[in-house]
Design a binder for this molecule. Structure first.
Ligand code: SAM
Length: 103
């Protein structure tokens, strides 16, 4: 097992809009994610897939995003403002502490 996580600054590259040209989160996720599902997203980094997941599960569902790195979770917290508007609850947890940052 690797002892290194992807560096936090790489998170900014992972959410670049250019990536969508090659990997469209909606196209990738739509066949698998339905409204009302409870979804666990391990290692979301800065949330490239997170917002689309939230849209797909809808307002009565739960999306749980778990990442080791605080900086990644902080970037997702910014998206959380948008997610709240859709009524979706995002829980970003640090597995090491088990603490919910954004209940
Ligand atoms: C290469 S990034 C992928 C990010 C995202 N899935 C994407 O496609 O843009 C991997 C992420 O997983 C996180 N990570 C690695 N190991 C983890 C673990 N055991 N538990 C939770 N998060 C983990 C890292 O902190 C990093 O943010």
């Amino acid at each position: 097992m690797s002892t290194h996580a992807c560096p936090w600054w790489l998170g900014y590259l992972l959410v670049t809009p250019l990536r969508r040209l090659k990997e469209d989160p909606r196209k990738i996720l739509t066949p698998y994610v339905r409204p009302g599902m409870v979804v666990l997203e391990p290692g979301p980094a800065m949330g490239f897939f997170t917002l689309e997941l939230a849209r797909l599960v809808g307002p009565d569902a739960r999306l749980v995003a778990v990442d080791l790195q605080e900086r990644m979770l902080a970037a997702i917290a910014k998206q959380f403002l948008t997610l709240r508007a859709t009524g979706v609850v995002l829980w970003a947890w640090r597995p090491t502490s088990g603490r919910a940052r954004y209940p």
